[in-house]
Design a protein around this ligand. Sequence first.
Ligand SMILES: Nc1nc2c(c(=O)[nH]1)N[C@H]1C(S)=C(S)[C@@H](COP(=O)(O)O)O[C@H]1N2
Ligand SMILES: [Mo]
Length: 174
Amino acid sequence: MGTADSAAKLEHVTAPAASAITSDATPGVISLTGDVLRPMSFSVDDLRTYTSVFADPFDLRCFTTNRFIRTIDRYRGVLLKELIKLAGLRCDSPGDFKRMVMIASAHDGYAVTFSWHELFNTPVGEQVLVAYECGGQSLDAEQGAPVLYSGADILPAPRHVKRLARIETRVLRP
Ligand SMILES: Nc1nc2c(c(=O)[nH]1)N[C@H]1C(S)=C(S)[C@@H](COP(=O)(O)O)O[C@H]1N2
Ligand SMILES: [Mo]
């Protein structure tokens, strides 16, 4: 079996399990949960009140099939790490943050991960944004907002999450 087939299977396996977790979430509202000091929710309008960053336009190309989907104009949004800082990370034991992962999940159960290191200790984190505007046009919940976008990825389609519902922080234990 080729890599593309395996990846397609994985996408199908992850969706049902994650959708059960996010089924009670409100469209257009994201929540920050898990190992944070202050669990928080942000509506699209809340996001518009924070300092914004812009992403460069890019070609959306499926990771699994390499199919070109469409060119996406520049997104405007809030850096994911700034939202996580507002919620505050819990660090019960020294070094917990070094084993932290963030699971970003959508209302349909689609989910992707980030690590604390990626967001706070590499340039990747400077381009991970929770977007509410594209090409100068505001996006609302019906248009898929908020959209999570990781601008430094080699192929950005997988970490281009429409209808973002939740960012859950967890400390992994070896
Ligand atoms: N919420 C959500 N976002 C998602 C997906 C999904 O199934 N659900 N699929 C991803 C994948 S694998 C691809 S290729 C692109 C497809 O983008 P499109 O649905 O806008 O064509 O969205 C990404 N974002
Ligand atoms: Mo994809």
